[in-house]
Design a protein around this ligand. Structure first.
Ligand code: CS2
Ligand code: MN
Length: 364
């Protein structure tokens, strides 16, 4: 596995490149131009500027997360061709610095959804928390009205200045079904994958987080069966997956180990993190360690080892520990601890494999 670390850019991240350099085994930065709106072309000179920063620390920029998809592409509106062409121009610009993987998602309106960015864990650290009842019992337009009247009600993604756009988007998606969304993804992939093949850049779709429908919006990247459907929409290895254990793993019917084995040729980027599930459907993110959450991170790493995974891996979100002031979920300390746990598991597997090989050669 090739370890990489997400960095939001100079002035946009509390973590610095010199700090990342001191985490063992990190070879590259997962990056994006976060100020560029979905649908706009990423300018070549901005890309070059990031390259210069990364070069100074000998980090590669092979993985981009994310080049976001304009809503009109997800909605299947007429203007989508214009935005798909822009996406293609961005791919070409990224190829000029040798980018290898583009992570993206196809979630309508929201990216990940949580109800509290500072949920409490028993050790007094905090982490991203999802309260199911708060989301399922909520009529979205009601929530819009509530937040407009009292901004204290706000949740991540529902910032008061976004409310008007939210209203329009909810209306636009009203008649978009799951099948429509899949068709719109196919349309996008059919246009973009040939370019990816030509420029040797793999697309890797990130699962929906959480992987079920929320606020009556359709969601498609949710289960093993859906992933199968998506990789078959366009049968090219350039149409790939970002397998995010934490996003998919909050559904008990999702078996991450089985997914790693089934999609081994299509997983170009792995996000590894743990999450603790509660009986009422709530969940909170935890340390990466298997014992601390509900996911078998040890078996997940073993599955990657078993398939001889040579792709990119990053720890995903981390807890906020040791009073770190950071972007929710993206502090330095807990993600660095996560990396050391992943390396610990990986190195132990390497060691036992070598012992087995040694044993085999010695018995011949
Ligand atoms: C999240 C997402 O789970 C995650 O990795 O932080 O924001 C993710 O980056 C996007 O959904 C990928 O497009
Ligand atoms: Mn993820």
């Amino acid at each position: 596995m090739r370890m990489v670390f997400r960095w939001f850019g100079e002035g946009n991240d509390s973590v610095t490149l010199p700090q990342i350099k001191q985490i063992p085994g990190v070879e590259g930065i997962v990056w994006a131009l976060h100020d560029i709106q979905a649908g706009e072309i990423w300018p070549a000179e901005r890309i070059q500027a990031i390259k210069k920063q990364a070069d100074a620390y000998d980090f590669h920029l092979d993985v981009v997360e994310s080049v976001n998809i304009h809503e009109s592409i997800k909605l299947g509106h007429r203007e989508r061709d214009y935005y798909i062409n822009n996406y293609i121009e961005t791919i070409k610009n990224l190829a000029s610095i040798n980018v290898k993987v583009i992570c993206y998602n196809f979630m309508p309106v929201f990216d990940w959804v949580r109800t509290n960015l500072f949920g409490s864990l028993p050790d007094q650290s905090t982490a991203l928390f999802y309260e199911k009842a708060k989301v399922t019992d909520m009529d979205p337009l009601d929530l819009v009205r509530k937040i407009a009247a009292n901004p204290d009600y706000t949740m991540p993604g529902w910032e008061p200045e976004r409310l008007e756009t939210l209203k329009d988007l909810f209306a636009a998606y009203q008649h978009v079904t799951t099948e429509d969304l899949l068709d719109n993804l196919r349309y996008f992939l059919e246009k973009v994958i040939p370019i990816c093949e030509e420029y040797d850049i793999k697309l890797a779709i990130h699962p929906d987080d959480p992987p079920w429908e929320i606020f009556d919006l359709p969601r498609i990247v949710t289960t093993q069966e859906r992933l199968r459907k998506i990789v078959n929409l366009v049968p090219s290895k350039y149409n790939g997956i970002t397998l995010c254990s934490g996003a998919l793993g909050v559904r008990e019917d999702n078996d991450i180990v089985a997914m790693i084995h089934e999609f081994k040729d299509r997983i170009h980027f792995a996000h590894i993190r743990n999450v603790k599930l509660f009986d009422n459907g709530d969940f909170i993110e935890t340390s990466h360690r298997t014992e601390d959450g509900s996911l078998p991170i040890n078996q997940i790493v073993q599955a990657y080892h078993d398939i001889g995974f040579a792709g990119y891996v990053r720890p995903d979100h981390g807890r906020h520990i040791w009073d770190e002031q950071c972007r929710p979920g993206y502090g330095l300390y807990d993600r660095a601890l996560g990396i050391m746990y992943l390396w610990g598991l990986w190195d132990a597997l390497e060691l036992s494999q070598r012992k087995d090989e040694h044993y085999v050669t010695n018995t011949h």
